[in-house]
Write a protein that binds this ligand. Structure first.
Ligand SMILES: *Cc1c(COP(=O)(O)O)cnc(C)c1O
Length: 497
């Protein structure tokens, strides 16, 4: 590694806030200290009557500056895309342009109550109606619904529609095909809809192959759920032929489109024979996510599933927008009111502000992932050595002989100022390091990240103990991952045991 790239690593400050400790406000407060001065009212002080005063909370007494510093410091504990590179594969932690936040906070939208009558919220209904159209157009399908509240909820919506379609046709279906590279939520969704998962082994190059599907697809199989691009970052190029076969044998095709930022504006799902696809607006289209929400997982469907879309649907009669329940085959409501309106609004702003450039965004996502893949190849084992889509998957195979595992590698990344990538997923790759740089990172930041990874590969050879001990620059060191998840200690002082 050159001197200059060494300097770049030292410049990375993304994780610096993680090194600070912070007392509880209760530990800092002093009786009688005040956060404000109120002019003397000129009337005698009177205690509150006991029945009103009660035993209120024991708030600490603090000055304004103490409170400001406390919360400002706490805000730096959060590693986010706004502080540093966050290459979390599959989760797509990318930068969300602030203009979309601004649009979502316009008072007419932010203050709209979901119980407003249709006539009093024509603008909001128009946004939702146009948003459905935009999403359907982006993937080349007939119609969309914004009701599902997250990716997995969109999957549930899609599979409920597939099940309703088969029921309406009087066809008995008990199974669903699922390649090994499916996202973990896919088999869970299938099970919730009463289907047994039938695994389709993946072919060479990590791809789903027509021949394997042909062998398994039978009359009792409801169809197939395909994550495309799949969790290895590989585009399922045989999907059009696979869809034709599935349809011929009475099934339907579900595409998990959570990774849309790899293919936005480039792939026509309708032409690939997809019957239903879900989007993750909180990944591909500008809603910040992590920590549980808010998300939005709209679905788009082909003609066969339009009658089953969740209701009520937003209609436009040429003059006004309104909600309509006139859909006898609808699977019904999946969300209170109109779905996650604020998230749909950010995505609407994102799509309209990019326009045809949405194609450039997906192009850059793929270019950046391939740049990282090319830079790290040779330093890390690359199980599927071919060009990738929006993410690339390495393993710890080369580092194993120095007794260094994936976990050690990514803990060291924290010390160097980067958020770790997704690890030990997909399950088909042992010791996986799944890196998704996203389209919004500049070349300098991609280089700095690659330099850090290369430095770690060298440290694994020369001084593996550094990696075993990492992270050392954070206020808490290596946690027992299982204990931390099962028995979290939620005290204010994180140095206490
Ligand atoms: C994130 C993701 C999901 C699930 O989305 P949630 O919003 O977390 O429910 C499903 N499939 C793929 C491929 C994903 O990356």
């Amino acid at each position: 590694m050159s001197e200059s790239s060494g300097k770049k690593i030292a410049d990375q400050v993304g994780a610096s806030g993680l090194a600070l400790n912070e007392k509880l406000l209760w530990e800092r407060g002093r009786p009688g200290r005040s956060g404000m001065s109120i002019p003397d009212a000129g009337v005698p002080e009177t205690p509150l009557p006991a029945e009103i005063a009660g035993n209120g909370p024991n708030w600490p007494d603090l000055s304004e500056l103490e409170v400001v510093r406390h919360y400002t410091r706490l805000s730096t504990w959060n590693f986010g895309v706004d502080t540093g590179v966050y290459p979390l594969g599959s989760c797509t932690m990318k930068y969300n342009p602030k203009i979309n936040e601004k649009m979502a906070s316009l008072p007419g939208f932010a203050g709209a109550h979901p119980l407003l009558p249709d006539d009093a919220c024509q603008g909001a209904l128009r946004v939702l109606h146009e948003m459905e159209r935009l999403l359907a157009d982006i993937v080349g399908l007939a119609a969309a619904s914004l009701q599902p509240a997250a990716g997995a909820h969109g999957e549930l919506c899609g599979m409920l529609m597939i099940a309703a379609h088969h029921r309406h046709a009087g066809a008995k279906k008990t199974k669903i095909l699922m390649p090994d590279t499916a996202h973990g939520t896919n088999p869970a969704t299938a099970a919730m809809c009463g289907y047994r998962e039938v695994k389709v082994p993946i072919g060479v190059g990590g791809k789903l192959e027509l021949a394997a599907v042909r062998e398994l697809m039978d009359a009792e199989t409801a169809g197939i759920m395909v994550t495309n691009p799949n969790t290895l970052g590989v585009f399922e190029s045989e999907l059009a032929d696979i869809s034709a076969l599935i349809h011929e044998r009475g099934g339907l095709v579900y595409a998990d489109g959570a990774n849309l930022n790899a293919i936005m504006g480039r792939v026509d799902m309708g032409k690939m024979g997809v019957d239903v696809v879900h989007f993750n607006l909180h990944k591909s289209m500008s809603t910040p996510h992590g920590g549980g929400g808010p998300g939005s997982g709209p679905v788009a469907v082909g003609e066969a599933l339009v009658p089953y879309l969740p209701g009520p649907r937003i209609q436009f009669d040429g003059e006004r927008y309104f909600l309509s329940d006139a859909q006898p085959l609808s699977i019904g409501r999946l969300h209170g009111f109109h779905g996650q309106f604020g998230t749909a609004l950010r995505a609407y702003s994102y799509i309209l502000s990019l326009g045809p450039e949405i194609r450039t965004a997906s192009g850059l996502a793929v270019l950046n992932a391939n740049y990282i893949r090319a830079k790290l190849k040779g330093h890390y084992d690359l199980p599927y050595d071919q060009s990738c889509m929006h993410e690339c998957v390495f393993t710890d195979a080369k580092q194993k002989k120095f007794k260094v595992a994936t976990l050690d590698i990514v803990k060291r990344l924290i010390d160097l100022g980067f958020h770790p990538p997704t690890v030990y997923f997909p399950l088909v790759v042992s010791g996986a390091l799944m890196i998704e740089p996203t389209e919004t990172e500049a070349k300098e930041d991609l280089d700095a990240f690659a330099d850090a990874m290369i430095r770690i590969a060298r440290e694994a050879e020369e001084n593996p103990d550094i990696l075993h001990a990492a992270p050392t620059r954070t206020k808490v060191g290596r946690l027992d991952e299982t204990l931390a998840a099962r028995k979290p200690v939620l005290t204010g002082d994180m140095t206490r045991d």
